[in-house]
Design a protein around this ligand. Structure first.
Ligand code: MG
Ligand code: MG
Length: 257
């Protein structure tokens, strides 16, 4: 998925509001992490996130988001081969050994915070552990390149190189993105690319960087619910995301507590 959306620079005052949106989003994700255990339903996790967001006077950014039909929940919960956009359900329970990706968005004072993580439920396989470690590390490798004067391709190439060096794949079909008053603004920030190419990064840009990594293939498929995206071959996947401001002082991660 790519788009030609406008790049909108943020003032320091706007970035301060986005930091608060990001903090609330991080608190919601921390509460979900705390609640995630074998037997819990994904709908219960969704309720946990929504309660945290609303308790801070903020609103869920994903609810009603346009797609095949308006997105019906606060978080996406994507289990094992599911990469992104899994819809919470009262019928879906977590099991020991699952790996679960949680993505969440928060709107606070008109600005969006967007972040995600993948965790293991109980004991997970060594391969799954390695997938989580590589994907999370790839996010920080990319963040290091979010500096004025670099180009989007520098960020994208660093993520791709890191992931592929570890024998895994990055999706070509979904990307990171600018974020602000809209959850998806320009520029698109793919997890693959060539150094020195693409949009020039400038102070005041805010982007949601989000490596999506698959063990067996870069290819994905959309499940019959028309939202959930899974690996084409059924192999495990992981997803980590932060909203990060590009500043003269370097990358400033907004979606932390
Ligand atoms: Mg997200
Ligand atoms: Mg995002």
């Amino acid at each position: 998925m790519t788009w030609d959306r406008q790049i909108i620079l943020k003032t320091p005052q706007e970035i301060a509001i986005m930091r608060e949106a990001g903090r609330i989003n991080a608190l919601a994700l921390a509460a979900v992490r705390e609640a995630a255990r074998p037997g819990v339903t994904t709908a219960e996790l969704d309720a946990v996130a929504e309660a945290v967001i609303r308790s801070h006077g903020a609103t869920p950014a994903f609810k009603g988001y346009p797609g095949p039909y308006p997105y019906p929940a606060t978080i996406t919960v994507s289990i094992n081969d599911e990469l992104v956009h899994g819809i919470p359900s009262e019928k879906r329970r977590l099991h020991e050994g699952d790996i679960v990706s949680i993505d969440c968005g928060t709107i606070y004072k008109g600005f969006v915070g967007d972040s995600a993580f993948t965790m293991g439920i109980g004991e997970i396989s060594p391969e799954a552990q390695r997938l989580l470690a590589v994907t999370e590390r790839a996010l920080y490798v990319g963040i290091e390149h979010l500096r004025p004067g670099n180009r989007v391709g520098d960020v994208s190439a660093a993520i791709q190189r890191y992931v592929e060096r570890h024998g895994f794949h990055v999706t070509r079909e979904y990307t990171g993105h600018g974020v602000g008053r809209e959850m998806h603004e320009g520029p698109a920030v793919p997890n693959y690319g060539a150094p020195g190419r693409g949009v020039l990064l400038r102070a005041g840009m805010v982007v949601a960087l989000e490596p999506m990594v698959l063990i067996g293939t870069p290819k994905t498929r959309v499940l019959p619910d028309r939202w959930t995206v899974a690996s084409a071959d059924g192999s495990l996947t992981a997803h980590f995301e932060h909203t990060v401001a590009v500043t003269e002082d370097g990358p400033y991660i907004l979606t932390v507590v």
